[in-house]
Structure formats: C-alpha cells, structure tokens
Design a protein around this ligand. Structure first.
Ligand code: TRP
Length: 354
C-alpha cells in the first residue's frame, strides 16, 4: 500500500492545554488511525531554543519533552502502531545539516519579510534588536524538518502556513537549480481550524494567560474554578463584529455567538443536539449563565478525565523511562529515513563524505 507521509512538529512550550488538544493533538491522533497515513510527529526541541537558550529553559525543556510524549499517548496516539513515529527533532542531527544547505538557498530578505520576524524588523532599524539569528532562520529549520523525510502533507495551524509555503518555495528553487526532482513539494493539510479562546483576556488559550488556560492536567476542582471566573465577551480578534460586546446581561436573553462560554461548549459538545440546548437556552434567557458555565465545566471534566486516567496508568507503567525508550527507538527509525536523503543532497551539492 502506498502510504502518505504526514509530518508535524509541536514545540515544547509549557504544559499542554485544551487549545493544543482541540486544535492539534486530536487531529493528529485521528490521522494516525488511517493506515494509509505514515505519521511522523516530533517534538521541536531545537525550535524551542530560538526563545530559550539558557540553563533554566534547558532543564524545563528536557522535562517537558518526556511529558509531551506521555500526553500524546494519553490522548490516544499509539506509538506501537507501525504507522506512527514519535520522536525528538534533535534525534536527527542530519536535519540541521539540511537546514544549513537550505539556508544557502533561502534569501535574507525573504526570511526578514516573514510573519514570525515582523515585530523585530522595526527594532532592527533602531539598533535595539536582540533577536537571535536562530529566530530569523527558524523557518529554514522547519523546511528541513519537512523536506528531510519528503513529507507529503503537513498539518499545521494558520500561524504556520507561511512557513510551509517557504518549504515549498525552497524545494522548488533547489530542484530547479540542480535540474532534479529531488524534493517532493509538500502540501499543507488544513486542520480543523479550531481556535480556542482563553478563558480570560484577549488571546487564544495559551500560556501567556495562565488563569485563562485549562491544562490537560488540571484537577476537576481547578477546572470548575477557572470556568466559573471565565470572561464571556469574546476576545476582539475572535469577534466577527467590529469590537466584541458583552453577550448577556444577567438573565436577559443572550447572544450565544458573541460568548466565549458558548464557543467552548460548541467545541466540547458531543452532538448538535447538546449544542442547540445551550444555544436556545441562552437566546431565550432560560439557561442562567452560572448554570451554563457549570455545564461547560462538567463537559470539560468529562473530556479530560479519561486522558488524565490514562496518563496516571502510563506513569505507573514507568512514565518517563517509557517515554525515553520511545524517543530512542523512534528517533533511530526516523533517522534511518531522513539521513540517507540528506546524504544524497550533500553529494548533489558537492560535499560527499571524504
Ligand atoms: N513551528 C511549529 C510550531 O511552532 C513547530 C514545527 C517545527 C513544525 N517544525 C515543524 C510543524 C515542521 C510542522 C512541520 O508550531
């Protein structure tokens, strides 16, 4: 059977949260259930170094790396399945060699023009910039991650689309220059497009606003407390109107589509009927906001409880040692796929092994 290589990386930046689960992990787990997909998922620990190159970050990242492996498994990814590889980016040193070669194909201006560098451009002009070269070339390393194993499909969120586009451009440019069809041109795989708002504040759920973030490991009590205190008004950037409005005053009829509690219900519901119940109750003013939040907390507790139980089982089975074994074994297998390709590219570009 001809399999398609599906590749994606997840940056180890803090404990995984509900936004990661709904936006990415669930999608990754589903993709791995199709035997036509060969799924290469890795923890992008070298990308994490662009923002954490110091002893404290180093220690944190090492710990998180193993936690992510276990969380992936707790969310349903089966590393014993023969179409799944779950590895650390750093287990394949050849990817860095490929990134070097690709950095000699990418231009400075195209990297400086990219999104991830936007904030730094102004600071560069005034000489007040402290961004590292690694941050500038971040997308080149990502292109190497993708092109090294000749991935067919790359499932990533909207913030990463430009980076996949760069990988496609570099692959075409390289192929044209050398007159070969060496690199496959990878395709972007649109995900569920889910943007999970934080419970508080203006942005997506994430570690920038810890009080508004539900970690996969939060206890039921903590989940209930955080949801009780959640803002209702949508973050401005998720609001379809000009500016977000208060969706409901006391027990007056409300506007569910303007409320983040409703949006979270819609993401967590198991059926359209469940969602309708909330929607109608809010619109008519019969479902009180406090009760609506209480129902949301129950839904999220129900969603996270089996994941937390599975994680406890994994811990009991050896936890971090188990994760290390997987990283070691899968890292070797991923390297066996990627290294020969990088070797071939080195030879093509005039640097065979002497
Ligand atoms: N840059 C991605 C992120 O921050 C992580 C990543 C690194 C990645 N290399 C990749 C994703 C290759 C897809 C493919 O989320």
């Amino acid at each position: 059977m001809e399999q398609r290589v599906i590749l994606s990386g997840i940056r180890p930046t803090g404990i995984l949260h509900l936004g990661n689960l709904l936006g990415a992990m669930r999608h990754f787990v589903e993709l791995a259930k199709d035997p036509k997909n060969f799924c290469m998922y890795f923890i992008a620990n070298q990308h994490a170094q662009t923002t954490g190159m110091d002893p404290v970050s180093a220690a944190e990242m090492q710990k998180e790396l193993l936690g992510i492996v276990l969380d992936f498994m707790a969310c349903g990814l089966d590393p014993n399945s023969d179409n799944v590889l779950l590895y650390a980016q750093s287990s394949i040193p050849e990817t860095s060699e490929l990134a070097w070669m690709l950095s000699c194909v990418a231009t400075v201006s195209e990297l400086m023009g990219m999104h991830h560098f936007a904030e730094k451009r102004e600071a560069l002009k005034t000489g007040s910039d402290t961004a590292s070269t690694g941050l500038l070339t971040y997308p080149v390393l990502m292109a190497a991650d993708i092109l090294g194993p000749n991935a067919h499909l790359v499932p990533v969120g909207a913030d990463q689309h430009e980076h996949v586009e760069l990988a496609r451009s570099l692959a075409r440019r390289f192929n044209n220059r050398f007159g070969v069809e060496h690199f496959r041109i990878p395709e972007l795989l649109e995900g569920p497009g889910i943007r999970v708002p934080g419970l508080k504040g203006q942005g997506k759920m994430g570690k920038s606003e810890p009080k508004g973030t539900l970690s996969l490991h939060d206890s039921p009590d903590l989940i209930r407390t955080k949801i009780k205190k959640a803002d209702k008004r949508l973050p401005d950037n998720l609001s379809t109107g000009e500016k977000s409005i208060e969706p409901r005053i006391e027990d007056q009829p409300g506007i569910p589509e303007k409320c983040r509690v409703y949006l979270l219900h819609a993401l967590a519901c198991n059926s359209a009927a469940e969602e309708m119940e909330i929607q109608f109750g809010c619109r008519r003013g019969t479902l009180r906001c406090g009760d609506c939040k209480h129902m949301l907390a129950n839904r999220i507790v129900d969603m996270l409880t089996p994941i937390q139980e599975r994680r406890r089982e994994l811990n009991a089975q050896g936890g971090e040692k188990l994760a290390l074994e997987i990283l070691h074994e899968h890292g070797k297998r991923a390297r066996a796929i990627i290294a020969p390709n990088v070797q071939a590219i080195k030879e093509l570009t005039g640097i065979p092994t002497y």
